[in-house]
Design a protein around this ligand. Structure first.
Ligand SMILES: *Cc1c(COP(=O)(O)O)cnc(C)c1O
Length: 458
């Protein structure tokens, strides 16, 4: 249970407010028991997401001063393109304002309504954009990924035998794309092996199906490959990254994760061709001119520097080490979680911790509320509450698992903060029997978990 010391020192601090349990009970009630509706000021340790919540380095802040704010052809744009080509090896690299902007631009260009898109597991916005383009999203993660108690090195992998049978069942011409999410966010930030990426790409090639990499956590995935796949033990994270991306045709990326910026994204195509021309037209309509893509020149500078910092081996050792430290503390206290821990978060198995709460009373959301009341910690449900209703029948869909995700922002919290989290979970475990489920009192039609209202079940 060793904590990996930080490979940095702290140059600027942001005070956080301390609150009482009584105050927190009122805050979460006023937020309709939806943690997204809390004021961030009233949160002590914010583990809602690792997206855009990291600390930038002094090099990134320094680079921002050199941002070229020209409308077209700015120096900062060329610096980003050069880095993108070096790291990913793609012909066309397009900055966009965040990951879902890349999805919005791409999916209508590659999906014909009625077609299927198959992924090792869709992230919620990616699933939504497939649906908005008229496509049908199918999750196809390996069976180990859905068994939170079982150890497996690469729980994020595509289930390749099932992928083959889905292609045989629906016909390759009815499959618009295969989306490889690295790391596999929805099953716990679990890595995908290089062997699995090679195999999936070979199946896609055999059937002429496009491979899209959903690449938010490319660096964490590369680190796991280095640690766990013997062939890559001596390779650098950049070398591993280059091979990973060689197994895709297109990638969408939220740069708010491993690229260590607060806002930004990329959309890239391996080989120049008609898709690139179509992308350019949509980028100009939705994001802005090609050489800034919805970002300021200074944002492009921060992203370029962040792309390299995110791949630094010492940084990645510390980063994954934080997850492993928290996981070891939970193991010691008998708290169930997606094991082994993934790259950006601990996914506590709320279904197992609160077995008396049925899926349609949202155990992951119940634990999220309880963590806030216990210690001002904000997590996020990744379970049935996060699933939208079945678009055809309106029925509550059942997620294959009920997690509360505790996502760790990059370079933000210390060992003592992680200890507060572990202590809070232990306290909740000791009074688990008295915790009730939740029901929805108001919800929008899509992506409901962001804005729904809930109340405790009587
Ligand atoms: C965050 C994320 C996205 C969406 O990116 P945003 O920057 O939040 O729009 C897409 N896919 C995955 C796997 C993600 O983690």
């Amino acid at each position: 249970m060793r904590y990996m010391p930080e490979p940095f020192k702290i140059k600027m601090v942001e005070p956080i407010k301390m609150t009482t349990r009584e105050e927190r009970k009122a805050f979460i009630r006023d937020a309709h028991y939806n943690a997204f509706s809390l004021s961030a000021e009233d949160v002590y340790i914010d583990l809602q997401t690792d997206s855009g919540t990291g600390s930038m380095s002094d090099s990134q802040w320094g680079a921002m001063m050199r941002g070229d704010e020209s409308y077209s052809g700015g120096r900062s744009y060329y610096r980003l393109i050069e880095a993108g080509k070096e790291i990913f090896g793609y012909d066309y690299i397009q900055p966009v304002h965040q990951g879902r902007a890349a999805e919005k631009i791409l999916f209508p260009l590659i999906v014909t309504p009625g077609q299927y898109v198959i992924s090792n597991m869709f992230f919620d916005t990616t699933r939504a954009h497939v649906g908005l383009a008229g496509g049908r999203a199918i999750d196809c993660v390996c069976p180990e990924g859905l068994d939170s108690g079982a150890y497996f090195d690469f729980k994020g992998n595509m289930d390749v035998p099932r992928l083959k049978s889905l292609i045989a069942e629906h016909g390759a011409e009815n499959i618009a794309a295969i989306v490889m999410t690295i790391t596999n966010n929805s099953v716990g930030g679990q890595p995908v092996s290089m062997a699995n990426m090679r195999e999936t790409a070979a199946v896609a090639k055999e059937h002429g199906i496009l491979v899209v990499i959903d690449a938010a956590r490319y660096a964490e995935n590369a680190f796991f490959i280095k640690e766990r796949e013997a062939e890559f033990a001596d390779a650098t994270p950049i070398e591993i990254t280059r091979e990973m991306f060689s197994h895709g045709d297109v990638f969408t990326m939220s740069a708010k994760k491993d690229a260590l910026v607060n806002m930004g994204g990329l959309l890239a195509v391996r080989e120049n061709g008609p898709l690139v021309d179509a992308i350019k037209t949509r980028v100009i309509s939705f994001e802005g001119y090609l050489t800034y893509g919805g970002l300021a020149g200074r944002d492009l500078e921060a992203m370029t520097t962040g792309l390299y910092e995110g791949l630094d081996h010492d940084y990645l050792t510390y980063r994954i080490g934080q997850m492993q430290y928290l996981a070891a503390r939970l193991t010691a206290d008998g708290i169930p979680f997606q094991n082994p821990v993934g790259g950006h978060a601990v996914f506590v198995d709320a279904g197992k911790l609160l077995p008396h709460i049925p899926y349609d009373q949202f155990p992951g959301q119940a634990l999220t509320v309880e963590l806030y009341i216990e210690a001002g910690i904000r997590g996020c449900d990744i379970g049935s509450y996060m699933m939208d209703r079945d678009p055809e029948t309106g029925e509550q869909q059942r997620a294959p698992f009920e997690f509360t995700r505790l996502a760790i922002p990059r370079r933000v919290y210390t060992q003592a903060h992680l200890d507060v989290v572990a202590d809070a979970l232990k306290a909740i475990k000791d009074r688990a029997d008295g915790i009730t489920g939740y029901q929805i009192t108001w919800e929008p039609k899509v992506l409901r978990h962001f804005t729904s209202h809930l109340k405790p079940v009587d």
